[in-house]
Design a protein around this ligand. Structure first.
Ligand code: NIG
Ligand code: FE
Length: 416
C-alpha cells in the first residue's frame, strides 16, 4: 500500500541521520521543507523532498496537502499508563494545603494506587489502559513507554507488565500498533508491610520479581524512584545493577523533590535517561554535561503539583540532551496530552518551540532507543505522523494551549 502527500505547506523535522540525540544548541535547529511531498510505502517513509524536485511516484492514495503542515508524531518516553483508579481526594487535600509528601506520609500517594490495583483483574486493567492509549494516540503520541510500579508485589507488578505487553501486541481499540517500551519500576515505593524491613522488599525486587520479568521478557528498562522517603542512591545503584545483570538498562526518577547525588550515580551507571529534574544543583548539571544520558523533563507534573520546572534551557546551554515527556499517572500527572506538555515547555520553561519539538520527538525517541523507528521524517522510519491544518507554524501548537490543533494522526501509514 502506498500513499502520497503532495503540496505540503511545510514538512517538519526532516533529518537524514538521527543516530545521536540532539544536545546543546543542536536543539535550536528544526529542519523543514516548505512546499514538500512525502511518499509512504507499506507503513514506512519511502521518500520526501521539495515539490520542485518531485517526479511522480506510483501511489494508491494521493492527498493534496495544500495549507497543511506534517510532522512526525510525538514520542512519550515516560508514563505510568497502566493504573487503577484516580486520586481526586488527594487532589482536593492538596488544594486545602497539604503537600504531595504529606499526602504520601498519610498513606496516600503511590501506596493508595497500589491498593486499588491489587483488586483489579488483568483484563479490567487492560481495558482501562487501552482507553487511555486510544486517547493519547488521538492527541499525537505515536510511541510510548509504560512503567509498572503500582503493583509493589510480585503478582501485581507482573500483572501491570503483562498488560503493557498485551498493549504492545494488540495496540489501540482500532488495532493501531504503536511502539511500546516497558519499564519495571518495582522500586517505586516501599509497601507498608515492609515498612520496618525495607531490605526484605529490595530482596523481593531483586530475587523474586526481576528473574521472572527477565525470563518472560516483560520489560526493556529498570527504574527506581530515588528520593527521600523512597529509595536511597545506594539502593538505586544496587537495583539498577541487578537489572543490568538481567539485560535491563536504567531510566530513573531523580531530583523531583531533592538533589541526592543520584544523577551522577545514574550517569556513571550508564542510565539511558534521568527523569524529573525539578530540583537541580550545580553538581547535577556537571554530571550530565556532555554525558550520553538524556535528561527528561516532565512539566505537566510540575504544573499539577505546583513544583519548580526543570531548568531545560540551562541544561541545553550545558551541552545536555533534553527530552520532554508526560509522566501520565494518577498521582502527579493525570494527563498524557503532549500538546499540553509542549505548551508548558514553551510558556513555563521558556523553551523555544523548536527546542521543545525536538525534545518531544527525536530526543524522546532516543530516550526509548527507538531512534531508528520514530521521531523524525527519515527514510525507512515508520509513517507515524501528525497532520495539521490552518496553522501558520508549529508555534501554533503550544500557543493554542489546552487545545489539540491536530487534524489527523497516522500510525504505520494508516489514519486513526
Ligand atoms: O513520576 N515520582 C514518582 N512517581 C510518579 C508519581 C507517583 C504517584 O503519585 O502516583 C511520578 O510523578
Ligand atoms: Fe514518573
Amino acid at each position: 500500500m502506498s500513499i502520497l502527500f503532495t503540496n505540503i505547506k511545510e514538512l517538519v523535522q526532516v533529518r537524514e541521520r538521527t543516530n545521536q540525540p540532539l544536545r546543546g544548541h543542536q536543539m535550536d535547529e528544526l529542519p523543514s521543507i516548505k512546499n514538500a511531498y512525502l511518499w509512504i510505502e507499506d507503513g514506512r517513509i519511502k521518500d520526501y523532498g521539495s515539490m520542485e524536485d518531485f517526479h511522480s511516484h506510483p501511489a494508491e492514495e494521493v492527498y493534496d496537502c495544500t495549507g497543511k503542515i506534517i510532522t512526525p508524531g510525538y514520542v512519550d518516553s515516560h508514563t505510568h499508563l497502566v493504573f487503577a483508579g484516580t486520586r481526586e481526594k488527594e487532589f482536593e487535600d492538596r488544594i486545602h494545603g497539604l503537600t504531595y509528601e504529606e499526602v504520601a506520609a498519610r498513606g496516600g500517594g503511590i501506596l493508595n494506587s497500589a491498593a486499588a490495583l491489587e483488586n483489579m483483574t488483568e483484563d479490567q486493567l487492560f481495558d482501562q489502559a487501552r482507553l487511555r492509549l486510544d486517547q493519547v494516540v488521538a492527541q499525537g503520541t505515536t510511541a510510548i513507554e509504560i512503567k509498572s510500579g503500582y503493583g509493589l508485589s510480585v503478582e501485581s507488578e507482573l500483572k501491570i507488565l503483562r498488560v503493557a505487553s498485551r498493549l504492545r501486541k494488540s495496540g489501540t481499540n482500532n488495532h493501531h500498533i504503536i511502539p511500546i517500551k516497558a519499564t519495571f519500576l518495582g522500586a517505586h515505593a516501599v509497601p507498608l508491610k515492609f515498612k520496618n524491613d525495607r531490605e526484605a522488599y529490595i530482596q523481593l525486587i531483586i530475587q523474586e520479581m526481576l528473574p521472572v520479568i527477565a525470563q518472560e521478557k516483560l520489560a526493556d528498562y529498570i527504574d527506581v524512584f530515588c528520593e527521600k522517603n523512597y529509595f536511597t542512591v545506594a539502593e538505586m545503584l544496587r537495583i539498577i545493577e541487578a537489572g543490568s545483570a538481567c539485560g535491563l538498562k536504567a531510566k530513573v526518577h531523580v531530583n523531583q523533590f531533592t538533589s541526592l547525588g543520584s544523577i551522577d550515580a545514574a550517569v556513571k551507571a550508564g542510565a539511558v535517561s534521568v527523569d524529573h529534574l525539578e530540583v537541580m544543583e550545580s553538581a547535577d548539571f556537571d554530571a550530565l554535561s556532555g554525558a550520553k544520558t538524556i535528561a527528561t523533563a516532565l512539566p505537566s507534573c510540575s504544573f499539577f503539583l505546583g513544583l519548580d520546572y526543570a531548568p531545560a534551557n540551562e541544561m541545553i546551554d550545558r551541552d545536555i540532551a533534553v527530552a520532554l515527556a508526560s509522566d501520565y499517572n494518577p498521582g502527579s500527572t493525570p494527563s498524557g496530552n503532549l500538546n499540553f506538555v509542549f505548551s508548558l515547555a514553551c510558556i513555563k520553561m521558556k523553551m523555544t518551540p523548536q527546542r521543545a519539538f525536538n525534545a518531544l520527538t527525536i530526543n524522546a525517541a532516543h530516550a526509548l532507543e527507538l531512534q531508528d523507528e520514530v521521531g523524525s521524517i527519515t527514510k525507512g522510519k515508520r509513517a507515524n505522523l501528525m497532520i495539521f491544518k490552518n496553522i501558520e507554524s508549529i508555534a501554533a501548537i503550544p500557543y493554542n494551549f489546552g487545545q489539540v490543533v491536530i487534524d489527523r494522526v497516522m500510525v504505520d501509514g494508516r489514519f486513526i
